[in-house]
Write a protein that binds this ligand. Structure first.
Ligand SMILES: Cc1cc2nc3c(=O)[nH]c(=O)nc-3n(C[C@H](O)[C@H](O)[C@H](O)COP(=O)(O)OP(=O)(O)OC[C@H]3O[C@@H](n4cnc5c(N)ncnc54)[C@H](O)[C@@H]3O)c2cc1C
Ligand code: SF4
Length: 666
């Protein structure tokens, strides 16, 4: 759940301004106003001397209804607007009203039996923080009674405000029902009731109540609870917050630092699972058991500088342009087939009995999933780059029972977690002997595949197979559909998806060349190789173990390889290196200035000129504009014969005009 752009001062200003008129205006549509209190009463738990938090309390109207349910309730009322508080104090001189910023609630931990929060969440600058605070404040077994309008209510509200006297909503964002439900779950609430309320905003009281009754009957009989212009969420705090999950959630996921490695899920013993794999693709609680501490300790975003990077390319033994000599391996791979070729070599020479790789899911073929490939055919079938987010390390749960030895292929942050677990002698990685990995410029959310398919009037459910690099290098993105069609786009055209669907983790990671592997491979991007087609890789051996494997393959005549210097490799990858080794630091710096939590790589970036900084502002603006739903929609509507070539040409011009800025000082 993202933070809102408005500040609490702006919220206060609005409600201070309308405070004097607030109660009078609400009398004009009293049923609509009162309905929230009556519904709150229905869910109010039985009990004496209940300690109740009423947040926010506005002019105090809820007090009367709470007292009707629990006459000796001890109510703490919190309100954002000073003017509202003054009116409330006049109305209820014996009650306690205090000001709040709706951020850190001035209440002791586990001190309340009930929290009543009506029509508040939509005005909170940081709604998730507010819900976490509610969870902290409630006693175990306590109840949160919360109401707020759903996202779609924005339009009816606008129409209503045009024709009837109203106090306005001030700064707000109506939240999607699914967003609220997910946030409650992530804050470890158990939602016991959820229902929408349909009411007529105007008309005779009897008619309004009739509509409400009919709707409630519909709810009861056909589970119609997504409808309704006001939604009630009744949630229980069943346990104190899981301390490990709280750390993962607060330090990594909530600030947007999750790299989607899957490590915490793989080590969680079933306490965490993947949510929304085609969307945000983040870990979430299953609600079963306590999250083990190792899930936090092994997260690559916790202490990301554990293995500091020493140079542009990291530690290495040799750098070369290479390709596998077996045309079957090479033509089926992303570039020169060196990663797949190495895995096949290790398997066929008995060095491993399997390899952790990515394959396309059999039941949902638009998604990639990790697997242990145990035969040559399985390794070949898993070749090629998968550019959508895939948390490979979820497979760690399966590896504890593996005798190995295994090879492992992963992206830089996934490899970092594996290296850390190896340092800890953790059983989940003891079977992994060789660590390989592709370079990592960026990866995309699953929404990129959906956008690609929309261009061909297809949906993900229509896909029977999907490949990101089919055919001759550099290949094309290609989907086979149930209706027999094969739809595709050249790789350089399909790259238009990048600015629209790039993950945040791609923007703040600094490791392009997968520096912690034994062997890593990228594309040999240079006109001389691109013209020849067929596929050439930039190969880097980094450890004695990795270099020995490549030497054996050379001796066996399996690889065509010609060594190049570090400078040549840097020149070849200057675009990506600049994006990672300079761009990531500029983006991180910007986040830091905005008070956000950021990864500390403990590295000094190469010199950054004023021109380079200016260029970053343009790039960031492009990413920001493209990430908006409207921009994505427009991109989806633009025919692929326009958007693909247009993107390719623009990128060419952009790369040529920024080449000098990027290369200088690398
Ligand atoms: C997300 C992503 C971004 C990349 N960005 C760049 C870049 O900016 N610049 C560049 O030069 N190269 C980049 N590459 C690397 C490039 O696409 C090739 O993977 C690399 O050249 C090796 O080619 P190959 O023919 O040896 O690989 P192949 O022989 O085709 O083998 C690829 C291996 O990697 C595994 N794999 C594929 N996708 C993933 C994934 N997402 N996570 C973990 N394992 C995976 C496959 O299962 C297979 O085992 C990227 C790759 C990926 C996956
Ligand atoms: S371990 Fe990986 S998936 Fe889990 S929070 Fe950390 S980066 Fe995200």
């Amino acid at each position: 759940m993202r933070k809102n752009l408005f500040r609490i001062e702006q919220v206060r200003e609005h409600w201070d301004r309308v405070a004097l008129e607030y109660d009078r205006i609400n009398e004009g549509f009293s049923w609509t106003h009162t309905e929230r209190f009556l519904t709150m009463q229905k869910f109010f738990p039985a009990g004496d001397n209940l300690k109740v938090l009423n947040v926010w309390s506005r002019t105090g109207s809820a007090v009367k209804y709470i007292k009707e349910k629990c006459p000796d309730a001890e109510i703490q009322n919190l309100e954002a607007s000073e003017q509202m508080i003054e009116i409330a104090r006049e109305r209820f001189p014996d009650e306690d009203f205090k000001q709040t910023d709706l951020h850190d609630l001035p209440c002791e931990t586990e001190s309340k039996d009930v929290i009543v929060s009506l029509e508040t969440l939509e005005h909170v600058p940081d709604p998730l923080h507010f819900l976490l605070e509610c969870h902290r404040t409630l006693k175990v077994g306590g109840t949160l009674i919360m109401s707020c309008p759903p996202a779609w209510a924005e339009l009816p509200l606008r129409a209503y405000e045009k024709f009837f006297e109203n106090h306005g909503e001030g700064p707000h964002r109506f939240l999607k029902v699914s967003e609220v439900l997910r946030a409650l779950k992530n804050c470890e609430f158990e939602v016991t009731h959820h229902r929408g309320t349909v009411f007529l905003p105007v008309g005779p009281a009897k008619l309004k109540q009739l509509v409400e009754k009919v709707h409630l009957s519909l709810l009861r009989f056909i589970g119609f609870n997504r409808m309704g212009i006001r939604h009630f969420y009744i949630a229980k705090k069943t346990t104190s917050r899981d301390p490990v999950w709280a750390k993962i959630h607060e330090e990594i996921i909530r600030p947007g630092l999750c790299m989607h490695s899957g490590t915490c899920i793989g080590l969680s013993k079933g306490t965490l699972k993947l949510s929304d794999p085609d969307g945000k693709c983040l870990p979430e609680l299953t609600g079963i058991g306590s999250v083990p501490e190792i899930c936090y300790e092994a997260c690559p975003e916790v202490n990301p500088s554990e293995f500091p990077s020493s140079s542009m390319l990291g530690e290495y033994k040799r750098i070369a342009i290479a390709h596998h000599k077996d045309e079957g391996v090479r033509s089926n791979a992303a570039s020169g087939g060196i990663l797949t070729g190495t895995l096949v070599h290790l398997l066929e020479t008995g060095k491993i009995n399997g390899a952790v790789v990515l394959k396309m899911d059999e039941t949902r073929p638009w998604r990639s999933v990790p697997t242990i490939a145990r035969t040559r055919e399985e390794i070949l079938a898993s070749a090629q780059s998968k550019y959508t987010v895939t948390p490979t390390n979820v497979i760690l749960s399966e590896l504890e029972n593996e005798s190995g030895p295994l090879a492992y292929v992963g992206l830089p942050h996934q490899v970092l977690a594996i290296r850390r677990l190896k340092e800890m002698n953790h059983p989940s990685v003891s079977s992994i002997k060789y660590i390989l990995g592709p370079f990592f410029g960026n990866e995309l959310f699953g929404s990129s595949v959906i956008s690609f398919l929309r261009k061909f009037e297809a949906k993900k459910e229509d896909v029977t197979s999907l490949s990101f690099r089919a055919g001759q290098w550099p290949g094309h993105m290609e989907a086979h559909l149930r209706d027999g069609r094969v739809v595709s786009m050249p790789k350089f055209h399909a790259n238009y998806l990048i600015p629209f669907h790039i993950t945040k983790s791609s923007l703040i990671s600094h490791d392009l060349t997968n520096e912690l592997t034994d062997i890593s491979g990228g594309e040999a991007w240079a006109p001389v190789y691109e013209e020849r087609g067929k596929g050439f890789s930039l190969l880097i051996t980094r450890t004695d173990l990795g270099d020995a494997v490549i030497r054996k393959m050379e001796e066996a005549g399996k690889l065509e390889l010609s060594e190049i210097s570090e400078d040549e490799a840097i020149k070849m990858q200057s675009h990506g290196l600049d994006f990672k080794k300079r761009g990531a630091f500029l983006r991180i710096e910007r986040m830091r200035k905005r008070g956000k939590r950021v990864p500390d790589y403990k590295m000094t970036p190469p010199p950054i000129t004023f021109k380079r900084k200016a260029f970053e502002v343009i790039l960031d603006s492009i990413f920001w504009i493209c990430s908006m739903p409207l921009s994505r929609r427009l991109a989806d509507l633009t025919p692929n014969w326009i958007i693909g070539p247009l993107f390719q040409q623009t990128r060419k011009i952009w790369k040529a005009s920024t080449k000098r800025i990027k290369r200088s000082g690398l």
